[in-house]
Ligand binder design. Sequence first.
Ligand code: DGY
Length: 321
Amino acid sequence: MSDTPPAVLCTRRLPLEVEERLSRNYRARLNLEDRLYDEDGMVASSEGCDAILAAGGDCLHARTIDRLPDSVRIIATYSVGYEHIAVDRAKARGIVVTHTPNVLDDATADVAMLCLLGAARRGAEGDKMVREDAWKGWHTGLLVGVHVTGKRLGIYGMGRIGRAVAQRARGFDMEIHYYNRRRLPSDLESGAIYHESPESMLRVSDFLSINAPSSPETRGFLNAQSISLLPEGAVVVNTARGDLIDDDALIDALRSGKVAAAGLDVFANEPAIDARYRELKNTFLLPHIGSASVETRNAMGWCCLDNLDAFFAGNPCPNAL
Ligand code: DGY
């Protein structure tokens, strides 16, 4: 690096240690108020910057990318998902884009299991009952839920996070089925049953865990048609992206009982989620906290900084898209 460190716009607050390392090695432009930039804000704030350390939900679609100052040469997003960035447009402008794969698989898979168990065993209703002092004592019909052990779990998207979910679910004696664009080698399959079509997997999914990224192919994957293939009383879990689910269809299925319960950590249009989810008793809802453990949030930061360091040292970025 030259004597004057590169200037980096950091679009959101990051863990303190991460901001400290960023500020030690770069001219960091921190967003101390943690306000979300709109298009004009993103463009204006990146004026004079060499890099943008962005985050999920940032406004970096095609038009914004086109308006970024020429000085911006790399965008390192503090997320594994990158649907908020027009990557092809960035590449066309010679801007490198990096993300944070590998470091959040375990944390996200933990939250998938939390959603799975919370939905199946009526965790939200139980918590509410105790908090509101509405618990009138034990009886045999109290919050009876769906049994998990021995059930079939269909995993839509068997990448690293999907496989981490499978690993945990095996501990609950679940039978693992999966759909993936490509069949995995047997050492990665670890006995999971591959389906050549999502339809075939859905038919045996007593539980369904959505673990695929948001893309034109996956958006709206869980809709009225695909839900109709699920066994009666299936449980749906989503820790990937909200737009993989057609909310109208899932809400109808939750109302009719076709889907017994849903555990959702991600939603379309966060945080302004479809309000009907809140009214349903058979939902277990979390505010997109899949990667929210201290270790993981730090690791995501180190990953972004390692990519910036490599780039400005003239080396290939380890996590370039
Ligand atoms: C990710 O890294 O994509 C998480 O969903 C947080 O945005």
